[in-house]
Design a protein around this ligand. Structure first.
Ligand code: AVI
Length: 323
């Protein structure tokens, strides 16, 4: 394994009181909203893995099917001596499928805020690719990055952002993130980004309302986390999950609904929830090819190639600098 000095850098971790500030601000705003990154504590991350296995959640299976079919072609387009910078530390299967086909990759740079998941994916990947230099970064990928110096000069830096996580950002933030990737990849680089496609409402809504109730648990776990980490007193039995497809906006909007009027302690703040009041916790945007090309264009990028899974539910898009 060639993990550079096991260098998990965490100098960009948020200060301890950030969580309270973020939550208080979100619950003071009208309508109430909380950021979706709050889902991902240890239990939330485990629940997300379970979501990916639910029969209704087609995204992960589609993306893997896509890579099974096209990874060779993708690697050919990217060429040899690629430095792969991955936003999010990577689902073992997806990253592995790509890396398996890359010719003499220069390094894999997984970026993940939490050191533990980062360490796990590094260890897994180092097991599969003992010769591959791994240069992990434990930082928030939405912030400006200082990429580690590669072990040799890459022909191209490719930012890999799988899983349709781009869809969890509002349009303006998604464009800003793409702009940031554009500057990180340099003139000759590219971005390989997963984007879930628009399709019939029933298929999309089922994916976020699985029958086993795993997504509902995942959503409500955010409140459990706030109770534990901030000493809040959310009554878990008095809130529920709702995921609705807003076809006009092209996105799933996930809310936590209050079953009754109630007050909740958040630090020194007492927050009033009215009966049926909805708190927004996540957008999951779905794109047409035109939507995504337009988004890329606002970030100075052009779509060079798009691959689909056999059922055309999901896309992987390769973006480079617009001429
Ligand atoms: C991580 N992200 C792409 C998932 C999605 O589909 O928006 C998160 C998720 N939320 C509920 N189910 C899955």
């Amino acid at each position: 394994m060639s993990v550079q000095a096991y260098a998990v850098r965490d100098e960009q971790r948020p200060p301890d009181n950030l969580l309270l500030q973020v939550v208080q601000r979100g619950l003071r705003s009208q309508p109430k909203r909380l950021p979706s990154w709050l889902f991902y504590d240890e239990r939330g991350s485990a629940l997300f893995e379970q979501i990916c296995e639910q029969p209704e959640y087609y995204l992960t299976r589609a993306e893997i099917a896509l890579l099974n079919q096209h990874a060779g072609e993708i690697a050919e387009l990217l060429g040899p001596d690629v430095r792969m910078v991955e936003y999010g530390s990577g689902h073992a299967i997806k990253t592995r499928l790509l890396l398996e086909h890359l010719v003499t990759p220069v390094a894999w740079v997984p970026i993940e805020l939490s050191p533990e998941p980062l360490r796990h994916s590094m260890e897994r990947m180092a097991g599969y690719f003992p010769q591959l230099p791994i240069q992990p970064l434990a930082v928030d990928f939405t912030r400006p990055l200082r990429l580690p110096v590669p072990p040799r000069a890459p022909r191209r830096t490719v930012v890999y952002f799988p899983g349709s996580t781009i869809g969890n950002f509002e349009e303006r933030d998604a464009a800003q993130l793409l702009r940031k990737m554009r500057s990180e990849m340099g003139d000759n680089g590219g971005i390989l980004v997963g984007a879930d496609l628009k399709k019939d409402r029933a298929t999309i809504e089922a994916a976020y309302n699985d029958r086993a109730g795993v997504t509902a648990q995942f959503t409500l776990n955010m409140l459990t986390r706030l109770n534990r980490e901030l000493g809040c007193n959310f009554d878990l039995g008095a809130f529920r999950h709702r995921a609705h497809y807003n076809a006009m906006a092209g996105r799933i909007e996930t809310h936590i609904l209050s079953d009754r009027e109630q007050r909740v302690r958040v630090g020194r703040l007492q927050v009033l929830f009215r009966e049926e009041e909805a708190m927004l916790v996540e957008y999951s945007c779905k794109y047409s090819l035109q939507d995504f090309a337009a988004l890329a264009a606002t970030a100075g990028l052009a779509v060079r190639q798009v691959w689909f899974d056999p059922e055309r539910k999901f896309s992987l898009q390769y973006l480079t600098r617009a001429a």
